[in-house]
Design a protein around this ligand. Structure first.
Ligand code: ATP
Ligand code: MG
Length: 414
């Protein structure tokens, strides 16, 4: 079938126009593109890495799109290449521990009016761009000629700080409702404005989000929790009505004045993530930020306000029912490892700073497998609550000492 996109001609921009700093290009990704081109294929950098390069940011990874089919990619890179994915094969070209993801040009379903369940047809480079979500993510870059190839007006939108969907927003969001969350993700990360059509579509179609696979929704949310822009993202999810659809119990708490505390935790999490030094908080620490204020409030109401102090066992019980209500009821396939780690971080807060004020057995706690995650979360608590700074710094120092000396003497004793 003839599609409305079939005659699109790209605009090409040279290095003077794009000002992409070639020092920010990844040398391994350059090798991949170069080798594919030497073997007679078309190959470009694509997607998020181009968007970041154009904004002068070092991309966190480089994706490559190519005319080569997976078996041909495998042939070019031999044992360095691993084919992954069954439904839609992708190639990982390995450089030590690092892998560059290489995908064959794919065709989308630009005219499909319903949810797309099949996304596995090979296509032309033009079709590969047109299946993508937003114009700012639809750019190709050819490093060998230093040319930007723009089929969708992405460069202009990037310069105008505008988020615009590729194709009619309502159609594209119906095909894949996760795109609405991605729209908020880019707005949260860059502060870009959303174009009128995409805005209207998002505001009228939030409920479609339930048609998407929970695993994909969760993955976008977890990635945002690690992005350094989790606070604005959760704020936007609230404003656009996704929070109440995805996390009903949490939304109820966030609507109360004490719910603001969650945003303070997320803002501190973002602050730590953006510093990009030392230990970076992982997903369980991020989830602990979402739950801890609610946990504190629950313990306050159920125990402290009644003049009682809960035992650790009762705290553990409150944590597991909180996880059940806020996470598992919303995402029945929430990864078990993640809930176990989050639970451990939360429980350990009541060992590090016991409600009873009693001293705890530090050595035993330091040996705990998840202790460093608990300490990391205490750091975030100390950013929110200044009176914890001293406790955090003292514990950190004692733990470092334990790691250097304690472990050894402990080993000698056994
Ligand atoms: P990030 O910096 O978070 O990785 P990204 O834009 O690179 O942002 P990815 O999830 O890595 O996001 O996706 C890579 C590219 O694949 C995107 O830039 C976009 O072109 C395309 N893409 C991702 N998800 C979708 C989707 N749901 N619909 C259409 N295109 C998508
Ligand atoms: Mg990416």
């Amino acid at each position: 079938m003839e599609t409305i996109y079939s005659t699109v001609k790209p605009t090409q921009y040279n290095i003077e126009e794009t000002r992409i700093d070639s020092c920010l290009l990844d040398t391994d990704a350059l090798t991949v593109v170069q080798k594919l081109k030497e073997s007679g294929f078309t190959a470009y950098f694509v997607g998020g890495c181009i968007r970041d390069l154009l904004r002068g940011i070092t991309p966190k990874d480089f994706d490559v799109s190519t005319s080569a089919r997976p078996d041909q990619i495998k042939h070019v890179f031999g044992r360095q290449c691993l084919l992954i994915g069954r439904r839609f094969p992708l190639a990982h070209v390995r450089f030590g521990h690092k892998a560059i993801e290489v995908a064959t040009f794919r065709a989308g379903e630009p005219d499909e009016a319903n949810l797309i369940v099949r996304d596995n047809r090979w296509g032309s480079e033009e079709e590969d761009v047109l299946r993508r979500d937003f114009t700012i993510n639809g750019l190709f870059y050819d490093p060998s000629t230093e040319t930007l190839i723009d089929y969708v007006g992405g460069l202009e939108d990037l310069k105008a700080n505008l988020l615009r969907s590729i194709g009619p927003a309502k159609v594209r969001f119906r095909q894949d409702p996760v795109r609405m969350l991605r729209l908020l993700k880019f707005r949260a990360r860059y502060g870009f404005s959303i174009d009128g059509e995409a805005e209207e579509a998002t505001l009228s179609m939030q409920r479609d989000i339930h048609k998407s696979s929970p695993a994909r929704i969760l993955e976008e949310i977890l990635r945002m929790l690690e992005s350094g822009a989790s606070a604005p993202f959760f704020q936007l999810m609230g404003e656009y009505g996704f929070l109440s659809l995805l996390f009903p119990s949490l939304t109820h708490f966030l609507a109360k004045p004490e719910g603001r505390e969650v945003f303070r935790y997320l803002a501190c999490l973002d602050q730590v993530q953006k510093r990009k030094s030392g230990f970076l908080p992982d997903r369980s620490t991020a989830i602990a930020c979402l739950l801890f204020p609610l946990l504190e409030k629950t313990l306050q109401i159920d125990w402290i306000a009644k003049g009682k102090t809960p035992h650790l066992g009762e705290v553990i019980f409150t944590i597991s029912s909180l996880i059940q209500h806020t996470l598992l009821e919303a995402f029945s396939h929430f990864p078990r490892r993640l809930t176990a780690e989050t639970s451990s971080i939360l429980v350990n807060q009541y060992r590090l700073t016991p409600l009873s004020g009693k001293k705890f057995h530090k050595e035993r706690l330091f040996q705990h497998r998840d202790f460093s995650a608990a300490l990391q979360f205490l750091k975030i608590r100390a950013l929110v609550q200044e009176d914890l700074v001293e406790t955090y710094l003292a514990l950190k120092q004692q733990y470092q000492h334990f790691l250097q000396h304690g472990k050894r003497s402990h080993a000698r004793r056994h």
